[in-house]
Design a protein around this ligand. Structure first.
Ligand code: GLA
Length: 416
């Protein structure tokens, strides 16, 4: 995918030279993601099944000799400068929190023990992952900035290099550890209590494969999709996700409450992952009503992910599609994180011949749906969704027919 020529010929190198007077030493590209099934299960120690999409956030950068970070966010037309020594004191735009958090944790969790110290860098940031649409533009920024800060130190983490140069040092930093670092940056520095799914898939995506991830052990399997005559179509409601953070944190708390209550009868459980539907049914009536709905959804969704992976492996795509539809129904009725616009999109999609499955994806309350559509039906899908969604909501959707790509990579510029 991200061959050096294609990135640099995109004008990124020229942009960089214009701003900093020399070419970048490297370009990091990190993809956004869409989750096929397994929603709101990651922070319950459960299973997820996301793919990396061919939409990327790029950071082109060079190390500096001082400890300053000079950033140009091209798509927002914003500049920022902060010092690695006093990151909190500088007044910078909100998106800098991601970079500051990642830089701090890299030093504390990785570099110190390996005898390295962070270096400043000059960088430009650009990309085509829609921002705030539930396709993980934040995780892409965290992952890309972690790899870029390592790059500025002449370091390359496990499995992230494309064309390693001879003077680069490989550092033993597995993708799951790097993902944990990025998740912590978002939890502790940005204040979103998100799970591990997004940075993990941004690092571990593989062309034409989905990632079956156990969010407790972080064991994973890259499962072939074999989608020859099927397209992955993402529809963006273009509704801002106003409630996403507060309601997200509430759902987490409701799940934790359910576990706490059920521990009186099942002391060995530590998350909803440990509860089977059979056991759950014995105690469900003892839980407050809202907690009942939330817990049942998560327990059922965990089973759905496992069944979906089995169906895909058995090349039974229709069962996979039915499980996607059932996942949406659970998110809408029991977990209550969908919204009218997401439901309109899924209703339209599910009524079209040639649609295998359709559901909301990501945290919810706006953002996107994910659809598996037979190649021959994509045109009619596009026309109907455009027309009917706009008629019903007064909003024009965006529709992306995506490929499934590789995870984040650093591409060293041999000319620099
Ligand atoms: C957001 C979070 C993820 C995950 C999903 C819901 O994308 O960042 O960790 O919880 O919501 O599945």
């Amino acid at each position: 995918m991200m061959q050096k020529e294609s990135i640099l010929s995109d004008g990124l190198e020229q942009e960089f030279i214009q701003r900093f007077g020399h070419p970048p030493e490297f370009v990091v590209s990190a993809p956004g993601r869409v989750n096929l099934i397994g929603e709101h299960t990651d922070y319950n120690d459960g299973y997820v099944f996301p793919v990396a999409i061919d939409k990327y956030l790029h950071i082109a950068a060079s190390p500096r000799t001082d400890r300053q970070v000079h950033l140009h966010a091209l798509d927002m037309d914003e500049k920022a400068i902060f010092s690695l020594d006093t990151p909190d004191e500088s007044k910078t735009p909100a998106w800098c929190k991601y970079l500051k958090g990642v830089a701090y944790l890299l030093q504390e969790m990785v570099l110190r023990e390996n005898g390295y110290t962070l270096k400043g860098m000059s960088a430009i940031i650009t990309g085509n992952v829609p921002i705030g649409a539930g396709l993980s533009s934040s995780a892409a920024l965290e992952v890309a900035s972690a790899i870029a800060f390592l790059g500025a130190c002449g370091l390359e983490a496990t499995n992230t290099g494309i064309n390693t140069k001879s003077n680069i040092t490989l550092i033993d930093l597995p993708p799951t550890k790097l993902a944990t670092l990025c998740q912590r940056a978002e939890n502790e520095f940005v204040g979103v209590n998100c799970g591990i799914m997004d940075p993990t898939i941004s690092l571990l995506g593989k062309t034409d494969h989905a990632l079956f991830l156990d969010c407790r052990s972080l064991e994973y399997k890259q499962v072939p999709l074999n989608l020859t005559d099927i397209r992955l179509v993402i529809c963006n409601t273009n509704v801002k996700r106003e409630l996403a953070t507060s309601e997200y944190n509430k759902r987490r708390a409701e799940c934790e409450r359910g576990v706490e209550i059920m521990q009186q009868w099942m002391p060995s459980i530590s998350s909803l992952r440990d509860v089977t539907l059979e056991d759950y049914k014995k105690y469900e009536a003892e839980l407050p009503q809202i907690t009942q709905k939330r817990c049942r959804y998560v327990i059922e969704e965990n089973t759905r992910v496992q069944s979906a992976v089995a169906a895909l492996t058995a090349k039974d795509i229709n069962t996979f599609g039915r499980l996607m539809n059932a996942s949406h129904a659970g998110l809408r009725d029991a977990y209550e994180v969908s919204c009218d616009e997401l439901n309109v999109l899924t209703d339209i999609a599910q009524s079209i011949d040639g649609v295998i499955g359709a559901r909301m994806t990501g945290a919810g309350f706006g953002g996107c749906t994910v659809n598996l559509v037979y190649k021959n039906s994509v045109k009619i899908f596009r026309n109907r969704v455009m027309k009917e969604y706009t008629q019903k909501t007064g909003i024009e959707p965006d529709i992306y027919v995506c490929s499934v790509g590789d995870g984040a990579r650093i591409n060293w510029n041999s000319q620099s």
